[in-house]
Design a binder for this molecule. Structure first.
Ligand SMILES: [Ca+2]
Ligand SMILES: [Ca+2]
Length: 438
């Protein structure tokens, strides 16, 4: 009885507690289990005979730029798949190993659509062998048949394994799970599932994590200096040990995650790149600035989205976004810019500014016919202004009959867009002058 208890304790310890501890320390890692070896039916006579495939070749990329082939399974990669191998086809006392033909892959380059092809781009997010032909009849040259009833195994989160005949585009990794290949022997023939599958572990590199902390959403910007610069702050980490952060770029409105070469450069990155990534959250803070109106001169007024990208040295890209409002339209000024008034009467300036955002600063100044400032006709205000009434006293020659008071009023919106309009006040008691003629 005691022996049984001891056995149970040891069983629990080795099968549950120890693996849990090991798993915990490797939480961030994504270990793909990729089909690397199996047996196919070599001869279906006399109950059948399975043979292990030989000379496997693996296709993979470790930098998102070059595709490598190797007979050795890589321990670490952006993606990896079995690419080609030989299956045995038995015939009488002999038999032959034939390399598979018509190899087809499934992959995704954007995690949005699944693509199919006979070649694979290095910057794929994941790749798996999906179809090929095996020899099923070894006499002379034999016959070739495509595999059927293909099932894949894949993981959406990097850890949980699912099986299905279709691979979702947004998986972390995918591999063949099972299929049937054809075998013929004398008058018989049939379809046989693969046998004795073996999976190899690959540490799958992944994209850096990016969290934007500045600027806040929906701020207003213009192309006016000092209002044209977005000051950004992001936290970056990459769960993959030894990875470097190699680029921070941006675009406006159009997502260029899969075409980073077309994205724009940010300015004044601190700390400078490339730089070894921190591997745990929240990561390291990077600051930089963006001048969208220099890179996108045609940016229209209204709401837009900045997409900030971070790329590691393995070619993985992640993004963060923030929205902003573009305003390059100056305010309009409403009020009496041109007036004709009689001598010995009052004149008053009243102006209102109109803009998509309130906070327009109005500044006005007028001088008499001698060029001297008129204190009551100099001032400023927010959004609307009303100057004190000024009595055009005839005893002052500068306000006398026929004289002209001139000035300017300037309206500047919250992002520096500015407009200046002339002010003209003609003193004409005869009313012969019309305001429009000033
Ligand atoms: Ca990485
Ligand atoms: Ca404006």
């Amino acid at each position: 009885m005691r022996k049984i208890k001891t056995f149970i304790i040891l069983f629990v310890l080795f099968n549950f507690l120890l693996p849990m501890t090991l798993l915990k320390s490797a939480e961030a890692a994504i270990n793909a289990k990729i089909l690397s070896s199996f047996e196919t039916m070599a001869a279906n006579d006399d109950g059948g005979e399975y043979w292990t495939i030989r000379n496997p070749v693996f296709l993979y990329s470790q930098d998102g730029v070059t595709v490598k082939t190797s007979s050795t399974f890589p321990a670490k990669a952006n993606w990896v798949t079995l690419s080609s191998f030989e299956t045995y086809c038995k015939w009488n006392s002999g038999g032959y190993f034939y390399p598979v033909q018509n190899v087809i892959y499934q992959y995704s380059t954007d995690w949005l659509t699944v693509q199919t092809g006979t070649t694979v781009p290095a910057n794929a997010k994941w790749v798996t062998l999906s179809s090929f032909k095996t020899n099923y009849y070894a006499e002379t040259i034999g016959g070739w048949a495509e595999i059927r009833n293909v099932q894949f195994r894949y993981s959406l989160d990097g850890t949980t394994v699912q099986v299905g005949s279709q691979i979702p585009a947004n998986v972390k990794w995918a591999t063949l799970e099972s299929f049937e290949s054809r075998e013929d022997w004398h008058s018989g023939g049939g379809w046989f599932p693969i046998n004795n599958k073996a999976y190899s572990d690959c540490y799958i590199n992944t994209e850096p994590s990016i969290t934007l902390t500045s600027p806040v959403m929906n701020q207003r910007y213009s192309s006016v200096p000092t209002y044209d610069t977005m000051y950004c702050s992001i936290n970056i980490y990459d769960p993959d040990a030894e990875d470097q952060i190699s680029a921070i770029k941006y675009s406006v409105d159009t997502d260029l995650s899969t075409n980073l070469a077309a994205a724009k450069n940010v300015l004044n990155i601190n700390p400078s790149l490339p730089r070894s990534a921190q591997n745990t959250a929240p990561g390291e803070t990077y600051t930089f600035s963006i001048k969208p109106f220099e890179d996108y001169p045609g940016l229209t007024d209204g709401n837009h989205t900045v997409i900030v990208y971070v790329q590691d040295d393995k070619g993985w890209v992640n993004k963060a976004t923030f929205s902003f409002t573009s305003d390059r339209t100056p305010p309009t000024i409403m009020g009496t810019l041109k007036q004709v008034v009689a001598k010995n009467s009052f004149v008053q300036l009243k102006f209102t500014a109109s803009d998509v955002a309130s906070g327009v600063i109005l500044v006005y100044s007028c001088t008499d016919s001698q060029g001297q400032p008129i204190p009551d006709l100099n001032g400023s205000g927010m959004d609307s202004v009303e100057a004190p009434k000024v009595f055009l006293d005839g005893t002052q020659g500068v306000y006398g009959e026929g004289k002209l008071i001139t000035g300017i009023i300037q309206a500047t919106d919250v992002v520096g867009n500015s407009i200046t309009q002339p002010i003209k006040i003609k003193i004409d008691s005869s009313s012969a002058t019309s305001p429009g003629s000033l």
